[in-house]
Write a protein that binds this ligand. Structure first.
Ligand SMILES: Cc1cc2nc3c(=O)[nH]c(=O)nc-3n(C[C@H](O)[C@H](O)[C@H](O)COP(=O)(O)OP(=O)(O)OC[C@H]3O[C@@H](n4cnc5c(N)ncnc54)[C@H](O)[C@@H]3O)c2cc1C
Length: 471
């Protein structure tokens, strides 16, 4: 059966676009190297019609499909399982910018466009596409929408969901939904776009998207500050929001362990301020001018110093300095990967509860798992923390993960729920959190999700086993 399917896929896509033998690890192993699957084949269609026909052929044979973009996902949702029966459908050859509509402030792109290429195309046309994350050089817009990615500008512009007006999707039956609308108002029934966004490849394959653009700011400016504790970071956020309003486009926090790991594994990156319990990275996007931006920043930081919210601060003096500051923040996941396997939690909380959550979760971890290191950083402006637990120094990281993951997760997620938070803020559920979601999500919500999945994908062929388990 699979030989017949592979032969017809080769006929459809061309011999070179159906990879079956040889090293397929680039598509079979996830970015964190936690999930190692085995694909029946990797297929690389070049158009929406090819995607639709390939899906039709797979559905006719009952073969399941794992859609894949840049394979930078952090929850194991984009790689096949170990059965050797799933087809990975890579969108990477679908990478055209289809159109830019300047008056409507939109652009329409293929789903396989790399995020950075989308940002650059917008910039070349005089606009700003503000979705931004450390994986932007490899992740695709289809993957960003499938995971409802967040990143560093959510504070001002929202998640990927808020930046998308229309979608083109191939359904699990192989039909094409032509939903590439650039409308900001369209109340014609259920919003299928929002159903598809964040569905992590379980309801269909996104092949195109119409995205919202913003005007380019006159100036962008970055600053770093150090804070004595997390409550001070939260107060600084409130002060910055009050003074800067919508011009505040980024507010990131990093605890001292995060930056110490960067110093250890990336010593070439200069850290502009002395080590401190917490560091904050602020981004200001000013509609007026660089002078105005600098004056605004300086006034904010002076007020924060006077209120003893910060101990020290540095405003970037050049684009290069600004890039270095962001590089420090964005290097934390890489430094963590260098240090070894770790237990990741991408959680969100009301900003007002974050400090209490951190204090309680940290105390419980220190008590129950002595020596574990808390690598804590994230998008404080969105109430989103990466609350990651690294093995004790000089210990076997893989053994620590195998032994402690379940206990660590229970401590952290119990605490998240007690403070009214979510166990997945921006990375999604994938394979990693399927059981956790089943155990913790509202029972009615889960049964509605299962009903939607069964209605749209009755054969259960679209990324099965991810997000929710069908009963
Ligand atoms: C260093 C680093 C930093 C990161 N920082 C952030 C961050 O700040 N914020 C954040 O939200 N995420 C972050 N991520 C996670 C990751 O980059 C995002 O989840 C990204 O949106 C995934 O895009 P991708 O193209 O790589 O998708 P993949 O990894 O290929 O796939 C992810 C999921 O989407 C599905 N999928 C992919 N393409 C499609 C499609 N066209 N149609 C339907 N389903 C599809 C897959 O089946 C899978 O379930 C980071 C990752 C790394 C490695």
């Amino acid at each position: 059966m699979s030989a017949t399917l592979l032969a017809s896929l080769r006929k459809l896509l061309g011999e070179a676009q159906v990879l079956h033998d040889g090293d397929l690890s680039a598509w079979e192993v996830d970015w964190r190297k936690r999930y190692r699957g085995k694909a029946l084949a990797v297929i690389r269609p070049a158009s929406t019609d090819q995607v639709a026909q390939a899906v039709t052929q797979c559905a006719a044979q009952g073969v399941s499909i794992v859609p894949q973009g840049g394979n930078t996902g952090l929850v194991g949702g984009g790689v096949p399982n170990a059965s050797g029966t799933q087809i990975v459908l890579s969108l990477q050859r679908m990478n055209r910018v289809r159109a830019i509509d300047a008056d409507n402030l939109t652009m329409t792109v293929d789903a396989g466009c790399v995020l950075q290429a989308v940002q650059e195309a917008a910039r070349s046309a005089g606009f700003w596409f503000p979705l931004s994350l450390a994986a932007e050089g490899s992740c695709t817009i289809g993957g960003n929408l499938a995971t409802n990615a967040g990143g560093t500008q959510v504070l001002r512009f929202g998640n990927a969901r808020d930046l998308c007006l229309g979608l083109e999707v191939v359904t699990p039956h192989g039909d094409i939904w032509h939903g590439l609308s650039g409308l900001r108002k369209d109340n014609t029934g259920y919003d299928l776009r929002h159903l598809m966004i964040g569905s992590e490849g379980t309801l269909g394959i996104i092949t195109g998207a119409t995205l919202k653009l913003a005007p380019q700011p006159a100036a962008s400016m970055t600053a770093m500050a150090t804070c004595p504790d997390l409550p001070a970071c939260v107060s600084l956020l409130s002060l910055a929001r009050q003074r800067l309003g919508d011009a505040l486009t980024g507010f990131e926090v990093m605890n001292h362990v995060s930056l110490a790991l960067v110093a250890q594994h990336m010593p070439q990156l200069r850290q502009p301020l002395p080590a401190a319990p917490w560091s904050v990275l602020l981004e200001l996007s000013d509609p007026q001018s660089a002078e105005h931006a600098r004056a605004q920043f300086e006034a904010l930081l002076e007020a924060a110093l006077a209120q003893q919210l910060i101990d020290d601060a540095a405003v970037a003096q050049s684009v290069a300095q600004s890039k270095t500051m962001w590089h420090l923040r964005e290097s934390i996941p890489l430094a963590q990967a260098e240090e070894g396997l770790n237990i990741k939690h991408d959680v969100s909380l009301p900003v007002s509860r974050i400090a209490a959550f951190c204090a309680e979760a940290q105390a419980a971890l220190t008590r129950d798992i002595p020596g574990s290191r808390l690598v804590n950083f994230g998008h404080l402006g969105d109430g989103n923390l990466h609350f990651n637990v690294q093995a004790p120094v000089h210990s076997d990281a893989a053994a620590f993960l195998a032994r402690e993951e379940s206990r660590v997760n229970t401590i952290v997620y119990d605490c998240v729920v007690a403070h009214g938070g979510s166990i997945s803020a921006e990375h999604g559920v994938g394979a990693l959190k399927v059981d956790e979601l089943a155990a913790r999500k509202d029972a009615t919500a889960l049964s509605m999700m299962r009903a939607v999945k069964a209605a749209l994908d009755p054969q259960g062929l679209m990324n099965p086993g991810r997000v929710i388990q069908q009963r």
